[in-house]
Design a protein around this ligand. Structure first.
Ligand code: DLL
Length: 436
């Protein structure tokens, strides 16, 4: 497979060179946050650390963490490290409750975002010959604008569709010959199903590449999207607090997402003890965004569960790779002592014949304990079927969940097309517990 690299010097530098670059940038970052952000000065003072103590990037492990609560406590702009007049863009992550998390960018930050964006989309296979349909939301959400500028930077033609309006998306895709779709995986799947309903198969659709992310998705979901659309479904990772999309992206070899370590330094920790884990171990991803001017992030606890490898990839890039994320620590359900992520249930649903990959997990309290109901749509050809087949379908799903995950769940089979379709990030869990 032909591999294009946007910034060969940066993306393929030796690990020794990377250590050197990271050390310089990290020292500079600590100086900036110590002098410009009272929150960080206090956190470093409490640990007895001053900027001149830092020798190299290996000292990162002694630094304090930053959390979402710290951002909330300093709402809206308390962690900004530059005067307000230098801020040229604001985004915010929605959050389910309370105030949003606010992120700001200077001119240089926007250039940095386009740079890591160009690396990312090129790694995914986008070139100046691509026609990119961007179906992520534009606005305060970082997804739309972040990937928009990324694709423009490599010279692709960008169609800024935004989310929703599915029939029109499909019309534009055919008329404009879109070769790349940028979307959440749940929306890509919905688009693919609507195309199918309109009588279109993979051969009728010009798409070659899907740049998909912003939510957890299973390997089984990737396979389903690829077979329905004929495009290669590339995993794309990012987070508003760190910059937005394009913190990490798979390359066309798809062996994990390359994280642009000369700007974002990843660590994996034990989410309970905070202890640093070894390469290859699974834990909470912590990222330090060293080079942003407005909102540098020191050891940000992403709550995403991941593992990392620094083994060289066959694409030639030397940057570490993050494996497909299984979920977030705060999405983890604890059902009678067993830790379960929605993506594990998703994997099972995709493997059962007779149901569609549209599901919702409802948590409730029964006898003082958490109970799980899995709502899943029956395939249209099964729906009018005899009751015995539906009963055995329900049993099959329940048994698989019991065998592979180790929990009992109530399975509710729903009518085709009765569960909500996602245009952005899918809502997988409905929490109705009275005791949490
Ligand atoms: O979702 C940025 C983004 C936009 C990434 C478009 C990729 C594509 P937030 O809204 O701040 O930012 O949400 C960040 O989404 O901490 C993860 O929990 C989740 N997430 C993002 N990408 C992936 C992925 C954007 N590829 C949060 N796999 C993160 C699993 C993902 N989870």
């Amino acid at each position: 497979m032909k591999v294009n690299i946007w910034n060969e010097k940066a993306e393929t530098m030796s690990r020794d060179e990377l250590h050197h670059v990271q050390s310089l940038r990290f020292k500079d970052m600590v100086w900036r946050i110590y002098h410009n952000v009272p929150f960080y000065r206090q956190a470093l003072d409490e640990k007895g650390i001053t900027p001149s103590d830092i020798k190299d990037i290996d000292d990162l492990k002694y630094m304090p963490f930053t959390t979402k609560t710290d951002l909330r406590d300093n709402y809206p702009k308390g962690l900004f490290a530059v005067p307000d007049k230098e801020v040229v863009r604001i985004h915010a992550s929605s959050g389910t409750t309370g105030k949003p998390t606010v992120v700001g960018y200077t001119k240089n930050d926007l250039e940095l975002w386009s740079e890591v964006g160009a690396r990312s989309v090129m790694s995914a296979g986008v070139t100046q010959d691509s026609i990119v349909q961007n179906s992520l939301g534009y606005g305060l959400f970082t997804g739309g604008l972040g990937l928009h500028y990324a694709a423009e930077k490599v010279g692709a033609q960008v169609i800024p569709m935004g989310g929703g309006n599915t029939q029109k998306q499909i019309m534009m895709m055919k008329d404009f010959n879109s070769t790349v779709l940028i979307a959440t995986p749940s929306y890509a799947l919905h688009l693919a199903d609507v195309m199918e309903e309109m009588g279109m198969g993979p051969d009728d659709i010009p798409l070659k590449t899907g740049v998909l992310g912003a939510e957890p998705w299973s390997e089984e979901m990737k396979i389903a999207i690829e077979s329905k659309t004929g495009m290669q479904a590339i995993n794309s990772y990012g987070m508003s607090e760190l910059i937005g999309p394009c913190v990490a992206m798979e390359c066309v070899h798809q062996t994990g997402m390359h994280i642009w370590e000369d700007h974002f330094v990843p660590q994996i920790i034990d989410p309970v003890t905070g202890e640093l884990l070894e390469e290859g171990q699974t834990g909470e991803l912590v990222v330090t965004a060293m080079t942003k001017e407005c909102l540098p992030m020191l050891r940000y606890r992403t709550k995403d569960i991941a593992s990392i490898t620094t083994e060289k990839c066959s694409c030639g890039r030397t940057m570490a790779r993050i494996k497909r994320l299984s979920g977030r620590t705060d999405d983890m359900m604890i059902i009678r002592g067993v830790n379960v992520f929605p993506s594990q249930i998703e994997s099972i649903i995709f493997e059962v014949q007779g149901v569609e990959p549209y599901y919702q997990l409802v948590l409730s309290t029964a006898n003082g304990m958490t109970a799980l109901e899995v709502k899943v749509e029956v395939s249209p050809e099964y729906f009018n079927d005899d009751i015995r087949r539906l009963t055995s379908l329900r049993e099959e799903i329940g048994n698989r969940i019991k065998t592979f995950i180790g929990i009992s769940a109530k399975i509710t089979l729903c009518e085709p097309k009765s569960l909500p379709r996602s245009e952005g990030k899918a809502v997988r869990v409905i929490d109705q517990r009275t005791i949490k």
